[in-house]
Design a protein around this ligand. Structure first.
Ligand code: SF4
Length: 308
């Protein structure tokens, strides 16, 4: 851990940011009932900014929470070349919390199984998940906490829509693939930009994530860039998208599994506002199509075409 002292201004920034992150994490925990009295929460620590922040905020919340829960940090040393083995034990010893460093050579397996030039992340993540679930079982963890944040969730939604033909993001809480664990994402309401700032102010000893030599997922990088561009051009759009993810109206989508469209008839009544979502037509009697700007929120307008 770097001991470079913070300036008075940085200390104030850190205090405010920490308060905000605590609020966001607290809200996510409460909204999705992520942590209950008596839980043993296994915090998966990769050495990246997000998992350090998650551990730090959960430790703060543990001190003030009205319930009791335990925290155990777990890092998987995947035997990537150049992995600085001393960093996490040193950091965690300084924190004085229970932790486990699990050594498994998934790097070797991935290199052996995946042909040169092909993306390795998919197999690597599957192996990592399986190992972490096994560790959770061995240490008696009741919850497995992952450090994905709000922007990861929105990017995943866009990725699935653009490339997978699904409206599916990353859940804030789910049951693990093997059906045995409850996985939680306490940073679900935290913005990545705030986590970057927090990591810098806290001087987390970041371990680079590309030691394996894998190239970044270009599709995800492109989505990230698109969302960042939107954020610059239309402030508030990303927030609105995340609010939308918590405000789904199945009757106004097209999935028969989610909503029984077949049984709608003239006796069904108006469902979820009917077709009035954006109905504030500006009357135009010249019989032509007219572009109308209608405010959807304080910062953005949606353009619709009226044909009259
Ligand atoms: S970047 Fe490397 S370590 Fe990370 S998931 Fe991909 S293959 Fe695994």
């Amino acid at each position: 851990m770097s001991n470079t002292p913070l300036s008075a201004l940085q200390k104030t920034q850190l205090m405010k940011l920490e308060k905000k992150l605590r609020r966001h994490v607290g809200q996510a925990i409460s909204q999705y009932n992520m942590i209950e009295d008596g839980d043993k929460v296994m915090v998966c620590l990769s050495g990246g900014k997000d998992s350090y922040a998650m551990l730090s905020i959960l430790m703060l919340l543990k001190e003030s929470a009205p319930i009791h829960f335990d925290i155990v940090a777990v890092n998987l040393d995947q035997k990537q070349p150049g992995f600085p083995e001393h960093i996490l034990p040193q950091y965690l010893n300084e924190l004085g919390i229970e932790y486990h460093i699990v050594e498994e050579d998934t790097y070797g397996i991935v290199k052996e199984k995946v042909p040169e030039g092909k993306t390795t992340c998919s197999l690597c993540s599957r192996l990592r998940r399986a190992i972490l679930y096994k560790v959770a079982k061995n240490i008696g963890a009741t919850k497995v906490a992952l450090g994905h944040h709000r922007d990861d969730m929105i990017e995943t939604l866009m990725l699935n829509m653009f490339y997978g033909g699904k409206m599916k993001a990353m859940p804030a809480k789910l049951v693990s693939d093997n059906g045995e664990h409850v996985v939680i994402r306490p940073l679900a309401f935290c913005k990545e930009s705030e986590l970057i700032q927090y990591a810098a102010l806290k001087h987390f000893p970041i371990i680079p994530c590309n030691l394996c030599g894998s190239q970044p997922n270009m599709q995800r990088q492109n989505i990230k860039k698109m969302l960042n561009d939107w954020h610059q051009e239309f402030p508030g759009r990303i927030e609105s998208m995340f609010t939308a993810m918590q405000n789904v109206v199945p009757s106004h989508l097209c999935d028969n599994e989610l909503f029984n469209f077949s049984d709608i008839n003239s006796n069904s009544g108006v469902i979820n506002g009917g077709d009035t979502a954006f109905d504030e037509p500006e009357l135009n009697f010249n019989g032509s199509a007219k572009e109308t700007k209608m405010p959807t929120n304080k910062t953005e307008q949606l353009t619709i075409i009226e044909v009259q």
